[in-house]
Design a protein around this ligand. Structure first.
Ligand SMILES: Nc1nc2c(ncn2[C@@H]2O[C@H](COP(=O)(O)OP(=O)(O)OP(=O)(O)O)[C@@H](O)[C@H]2O)c(=O)[nH]1
Ligand SMILES: [Mg+2]
Length: 449
């Protein structure tokens, strides 16, 4: 039999705390703690005294949810109590004394999943929703939680399952009474599902930025205005700015929101050939590291002077990284002309002045352009590595099926690959996921959820 589990569902602070209880013993524990023989009416907040032995512990608002009409699908009680550290701790202690056990991370959600209240994609959406810190991440999580993403996956799964059924029934048809499926039809079906899978898998890079933030490194020669740019974008004097070359030694990181998107912005030490001392050398090593870890590079140049040979070299280096890069011509207030820079026209560019703030809004638009475009094209995205990997595996299986089909291999052979692809889609939504894997997934959820 399942244990009855309990946990604090709210964080530190606040005036009210929520303690959750779920499982087969909820009714008994409720009546023992409230000294009441009748249960509160389901789904109605009811003011009850919670007792610690014969002494009242608190006046709590209790909501009872009768199975299966609850979040977990089991009997659930939620205690809204006064958020004193003592009351919270003592209530959890009492619940355990009366037979409940402390819930593991994500255990409420895991039970909801096991009781068919939601699939794994929706559960993941819930976890992401709680963690979402900005509008874009919130939308992404909502699409996952409210089943839009699951519905899309279910469509693909259904189409594939139907195709497979048609193939399999013919494999069993030893007397060959059924009309065979044409290769064109099978190929067409596989291509359709493959197209959907690829399109969804391709959203991962952007989805990941939305969820985890876009790692953006500001790089350039000393004194080009990198720290000024960081300050301009975050809106306060975060990094030291001075007219001396080599002011920034260590990397400086700030998290900010631009156009509803999370950006992890890193200012770096200016890169030049001859560092003056070991600290500057180490700083430059860190600049390179930040550049390598970045999703987006802002290459800052001082537009009021010609590009130096060192900057040209750095530019080659940046281009070799083959990352999204924006060329930022700074100090626009000092010069109306842009110096020459090889192949600069192939990259998005912004002319800004960190001194006057001119051009910063344009630059912000460029920074979030990818995400904005991807979002208007089609709202649905994935942001979870597990989902991405499952889609890639399904994609590989479907591609193998196509190759086998083209090589005129028998139905049994390509059907095996279709079965493989179907299996990965089922795994994605949690239909065939082994228990230990489920345990790992839900252990990443927060306490009390
Ligand atoms: N006129 C003008 N001066 C600027 C602008 N941006 C930065 N500066 C000045 O340029 C100098 C260098 O600015 P920083 O932001 O410290 O440059 P940095 O690239 O971080 O320099 P290091 O940390 O040494 O690599 C400072 O004196 C700034 O005031 C600008 O848009 N216009
Ligand atoms: Mg600096």
């Amino acid at each position: 039999m399942q244990h009855t589990i309990c946990a604090l569902a709210t964080g530190a602070g606040g005036a009210v705390a929520l303690v959750r209880l779920s499982g087969p013993e909820v009714c008994r524990i409720l009546s023992e703690l409230t000294h009441r023989s009748d249960l509160p009416e389901p789904r109605k907040q009811t003011l009850c005294t919670v007792y610690d032995g014969s002494e009242p512990l608190d006046q709590a608002l209790i909501t009872y949810f009768k199975a299966p009409h609850s979040f977990t699908g089991e009997d659930v009680a939620e205690f809204a109590v006064h958020a004193s550290p003592y009351i919270k701790a003592r209530l959890l202690e009492l619940l355990c004394q009366h037979g409940a056990v402390p819930a593991k991370r994500g255990e409420f959600s895991q039970r909801a999943f096991l009781n068919g209240k939601m699939d794994l994609v929706e559960a993941q959406g819930l976890c992401d929703l709680i963690a979402s810190g900005n509008k874009a991440a919130h939308k992404l999580a909502m699409d996952s939680l409210d089943g839009k993403l699951s519905a899309r996956l279910a469509d693909m799964k259904k189409r594939l399952a139907e195709l497979l059924a048609q193939i399999e029934v013919r494999l069993d048809d030893v007397d060959e009474e059924m009309t065979p499926l044409s290769d064109e039809f099978v190929q067409g079906e596989i291509h359709t599902v493959l197209g959907h899978i690829k399109a969804l898998a391709d959203t991962f890079s952007i989805g990941k930025y939305i969820k985890d933030g876009l790692k953006t490194a500001i790089v350039g020669a000393p004194n080009s205005g990198k720290s000024s740019l960081l300050n301009g974008l975050v809106g306060f004097d975060r990094a030291i700015v001075s007219d001396q070359s080599g002011t920034t030694r260590d990397t400086v990181e700030e998290i900010l929101e631009i156009n509803g998107q999370k950006i992890i912005l890193t200012d770096t030490a200016g890169i030049r050939e001859h560092a003056l001392d070991p600290a500057e050398k180490e700083g430059m090593r860190r600049s390179h590291r930040a550049m390598e870890a970045a999703d987006l590079i802002l290459f800052v140049l001082d537009a009021s002077r010609p590009v130096t040979p060192e900057e040209k070299e750095l530019w080659q280096d940046i281009r070799r990284q083959q990352k999204r890069t924006i060329v930022v011509w700074n100090k626009k207030d000092l010069s109306a002309n842009r110096p020459e820079l090889e192949a600069a026209s192939h990259y998005p560019a912004a002319a800004v002045s960190c001194k006057t703030g001119e051009g910063l809004e344009e630059l912000k638009k460029l920074i979030t352009a990818d995400v904005t475009e991807a979002q208007t094209a089609d709202g649905l995205m994935i942001s979870n590595l597990r989902h991405y990997e499952a889609l890639l595996r399904a994609q590989t299986e479907l591609e193998s099926a196509l190759i086998r089909l083209q090589a005129r291999a028998g139905g049994e052979i390509y059907a095996e690959h279709l079965r493989g692809a179907l299996n990965y889609l089922q795994d994605l939504i949690g239909e065939v996921t082994p228990d230990d894997v489920l345990g790992i997934i839900f252990s990443k959820f927060c306490m009390g959820k």
